[in-house]
Write a protein of this length. Structure first.
Length: 147
C-alpha cells in the first residue's frame, strides 16, 4: 500500500464519526442487503460485534504506518472471527457494505480515488484476516473470498 493510499484512507476516516449509532445501523443494513447469510453471525442481538468491527477499523487506520503491528492485530482478529463462525465469503460482503456505508456518509467526498484506496486497504485487511483464520485451524481458504 503506497503513501497516497494511506493518506486517502486516513483523511477520509477522519471525516467519519464511527461512534454514531446511525452509521453502525446503516452498516448493518448494507451488510444484510449484500450478504443475507451474515445475519447468522451478525444478528441484531450481536450488533455489538458490528460496532466492535467498525471500532477495529479505527485502530487499523491508526496503525497504517506501523505495518508489523497492524499485521499482528489483524491476524489475531482473523483468528477470533474464525471462532465466531465468520467464513471467507463473508469478507466480500463486509467489504461491499463498508464501501457503501463510507460512501453514503461521505457523499460527494467519496471520490473514485478514495473508493479505490478503501478497496485496497480493505482487501489487505481481509487477506490478513483469512490468513489468521487459516493459522487458527482452518486448513484451506474459502474460494469465494474474491467473489
Amino acid at each position: 500500500m503506497d503513501q497516497n493510499t494511506k493518506d486517502l484512507v486516513r483523511a477520509s476516516w477522519s471525516k467519519l464519526t464511527w461512534n454514531s449509532p446511525r452509521l453502525v445501523e446503516r452498516f448493518h443494513v448494507h451488510l444484510f442487503n449484500v450478504d443475507p447469510e451474515a445475519q447468522m453471525v451478525f444478528s441484531a442481538e450481536n450488533l455489538n460485534r458490528v460496532t466492535g468491527i467498525l471500532q477495529f477499523f479505527d485502530v487499523a487506520v491508526g496503525l497504517l504506518d506501523e505495518l508489523e503491528l497492524l499485521e499482528k492485530v489483524i491476524l489475531d482478529f482473523g483468528r477470533k472471527h474464525n471462532s465466531y463462525g465468520v467464513v471467507d465469503s463473508h469478507y466480500a460482503g463486509f467489504g461491499d457494505a463498508l464501501q457503501r456505508t463510507i460512501g453514503e456518509a461521505m457523499g460527494h467526498d467519496f471520490t473514485l480515488e478514495v473508493q479505490f484506496a478503501w478497496a485496497e486497504f480493505y482487501q489487505n485487511i481481509a487477506d490478513m484476516m483469512v490468513r489468521g483464520a487459516i493459522d487458527h485451524g482452518r486448513s484451506t481458504p474459502d474460494p469465494q473470498i474474491r467473489s
